[in-house]
Design a protein around this ligand. Sequence first.
Ligand code: UDP
Length: 359
Amino acid sequence: MKKVYSIVGARPQFVKAAVVAHAFAREAQAEHHLIHTGQHFDENMSDIFFSELEIPAPLHRLAVGGLSHGAMTGRMLEQVEDIFLKNRPDAVIVYGDTNSTLAGALAAVKLHIPVAHVEAGLRSKNRAMPEEINRIATDHVSDLLFAPNDTAVKQLLSEGLPASKVSNVGDVMFDACLRYAQGTGDDSILAALDVAPLGYTLATVHRAENTDSPDRLAGILEGFRRVGSPIVLPLHPRTRGKIEAFGLQVPPNVKLITPVGFRAMLELERHARCIATDSGGVQKEAFFMRKPCVTMRDETEWTELVQSGWNVLVGANSAFIADAIAGAAAPADWPAFYGDGDASGKIVAQVLALPALAR
Ligand code: UDP
């Protein structure tokens, strides 16, 4: 029986690990466990994902949230290493680009436990982003690099990583959208928000480059004000704190709500006219839902969405934001950029094909 551990800690990782956990559940010869680092810990940023997405409860739960990057990564590294030493998994899976990703990968590789990185090869080419450093470091210590698309494969090879480690399995977020959008159908959130299908823009804002700059955050809010029509904004707690700290005003057309669960989020995406975001995951979900996306960043990792016209980059410039939302339209072509919806099955098969750890 192979023992595999997945390390999660932040909201996007719960969504990604959910489909991998479900794929492991189909394998009789595998034991799959989650370690939750506690990077996100609020009910609506963490627990709701476990219940709604039917993710097995974590076997280990740390409480390493709300610290500086160095302190957070360091404490996770120490505590995750301790769990690995006691439990000796045959392989470790890490997801995306957070401090939990890096800490999990480093702890495993130092103990000679094979590491698989889901969403390998993504690059913004902006090293000021903490996520970019986490991605580069994780990719370069991992044994299996699960790229979500061809762009990511090319990137990994261009950095000298061996082709034998790299495979394009497709995007686990596509799996998640297909799995959880089915049977959702509960659009009561629209009535509760008093918005009509196709009558609003859905927005999210949480990237440090936007939330930590009063000018950028003010530019985004001013862009929303200029749009005039309803904007539904499920707001990340960090952004809410910064709006208050900077003394910024939320425009009256913005319906500010606390973060919603994944199923409600999919409903809001499905019925939006357009999606405006700085989230990595939400950019792709817009595409999966065939909605035009306005990305409030200066660059994106998902460049194929920009090239194909599904996504437009507007930074934090209020005029660009307002114009792009007003003019947003979905292109006719919907290319299969992100695989066939079974990335999780391919990941599990490759992880289980690794040689068992000598005990
Ligand atoms: N999400 C959610 N509720 C919200 C906002 C986002 O369920 O109120 C989901 C979203 O659908 C996506 C994931 O959270 O699957 C993205 O996480 P986030 O934007 O925090 O991180 P990123 O993708 O930028 O790393």
